[in-house]
Design a protein around this ligand. Structure first.
Ligand SMILES: Cc1ncc(COP(=O)(O)O)c(C=O)c1O
Length: 422
């Protein structure tokens, strides 16, 4: 695995370039976190500026959930081969079927979850999977219940489809975030769809089996459904253990639609091939009868990427998790030193950190303040639900040198503010 060239070498050209394992140059932003590094952007080739780095000049992109660490060599090779062969057509059925097989095999190897391959279905992406679920497998008119904080599109997507959304804030107890099961039961009292996220974005927590068992009872009692977004399941740190919600009981299996993908673990969200897993017999029957999402709707390169990721790239994934892990620990240390009043639980999964800045007297949109004053672009907590206006989500999937500079800069911007009155 290639290492990053020290930041100082790049300072001359005022950019940090991530030499990924493929030797490809991905533009990952300028190093101008300090005044000594000027504004360089006009000299750059912008072709390889990723979405995360589409930020103002001299700002660090720490917002959208993509990583600066590229993808696995086997994925890159498979994509090159496909392009060289002109394999850029509609998605052939045999390729879709192979991706579905490799997904099922990965779920079995990694999580001991035995899913019949015919229950795995390609869809363009996980958010599209949520739309498919709401349009086809959820009673019309019922609300969507979202434990918060949450991934922002869990709130916006159902609303765009005309669904009422009920936010149920999770509670902090014993150093963990826990679902408010009573609140969820009240919100689901007339039936509805609960959107679960496990491992959790933005909290970085991995759900414990006992909590899932209690949740399944609530969902079952209220005759509701679950959409279980498990897109982050490949990125779990040692010590935590991902258990697919639908695998916890037959009752859970029958009320759940699970979504997963290679897009986070292997950093290929642009390829568009997520997987829906239909453990409910009724859902599966409807899917087949109505041809709900024809298999050629996925992307051919997405399916090729998913096959190579699931089948050939476990070692790369584990090495990359170790890289994230080092950053996770570095971030804890950096926040302790540079932002001592920020509150943060080290995540058990994902490369996202959910940071409580309520101890600082900040303007109403802290991420905006930090972008302006620290030149670090994070995600606004308010997007994750009502009550999280003083939080930000920080993506730490970046070179450690850059992470260090970013948090030092955040620390300076925070230190320039008074502490909030308690
Ligand atoms: C929890 C969660 N679900 C879904 C997505 C988006 O996935 P997709 O691009 O497959 O829609 C993300 C991306 O950050 C995410 O964090």
């Amino acid at each position: 695995m290639s290492e990053y060239t020290p930041l100082s070498t790049h300072a001359a050209t005022a950019q940090i370039v991530n030499a990924t394992d493929q030797g490809m140059l991905l533009r990952t932003g300028s190093a101008a976190l300090t005044a000594s590094v000027g504004s360089p952007t006009s000299r750059h080739d912008h072709r390889w500026t990723t979405r995360k780095w589409e930020v103002a000049p001299d700002h660090v992109g720490a917002w959208i959930a993509e990583s600066d660490f590229g993808t696995a060599p086997a994925v890159t090779r498979a994509l090159h081969d496909a392009v060289d062969a002109g394999f850029l057509t509609y998605l052939p059925q045999h390729t879709a079927a192979e991706a579905e097989r490799e997904c099922a095999a990965f779920l079995k190897r990694r999580f001991a979850w035995d899913v019949p391959v015919e229950r795995v279905h390609l869809v363009a992406d996980v958010v599209e999977g949520l739309r498919v679920m709401l349009r086809n497998f959820a009673a019309p008119g019922q609300p969507v219940v979202v434990p918060t904080p949450c991934y922002a599109p869990f709130l916006s997507t159902p609303r765009k489809l005309g669904r009422a959304v009920i936010e149920v804030p999770s509670v902090q107890a014993d150093g963990r975030w826990q679902l408010d099961l009573d609140g969820i039961e009240r919100a689901l009292s007339g039936g509805g769809v609960l959107v679960l996220c496990n491992p959790h974005n933005p909290l970085g927590q991995v759900m414990r089996e006992a909590e899932m068992v209690l949740l399944a009872e609530v969902v079952d009692r209220t005759g509701s459904r679950v959409f279980s977004d498990e897109i982050h399941a490949p990125v779990v740190y040692a010590g935590a253990h991902h258990i697919p919600y639908a695998s916890t009981s037959e009752i859970a299996a029958q009320h759940t639609v699970t979504a997963t993908a290679t897009s986070k673990g292997w950093n290929i969200p642009g390829l568009k091939a997520a997987q829906l897993i239909l453990t409910s017999d009724a859902d599966q029957q409807l899917w087949v009868e109505r041809d709900i999402v024809p298999s050629q709707n996925g992307s051919i390169l997405g399916a090729i990427g998913a096959i190579a990721a699931y089948r050939d790239s476990a070692e790369w994934l584990d090495e990359t998790i170790q890289r994230f892990d080092r950053n996770r620990r570095l971030l804890t240390e950096l926040l302790r030193v540079h932002a001592p009043h920020a509150r943060y639980h080290e995540p058990e999964a994902t490369y996202l950190a959910w940071i409580d800045l309520s101890a600082y007297d900040l303007p109403s949109r802290p991420a905006e303040y930090l972008a302006q004053h620290a030149r670090v672009v994070t995600s606004e907590g308010a997007d994750s639900g009502v009550g999280y206006e003083k939080w930000v989500r920080f993506n730490f999937a970046m070179a450690p040198e850059l992470l260090t500079r970013a948090v030092e800069s955040l620390g300076r911007a925070l230190a320039s503010r008074p502490l909030a009155e308690r």
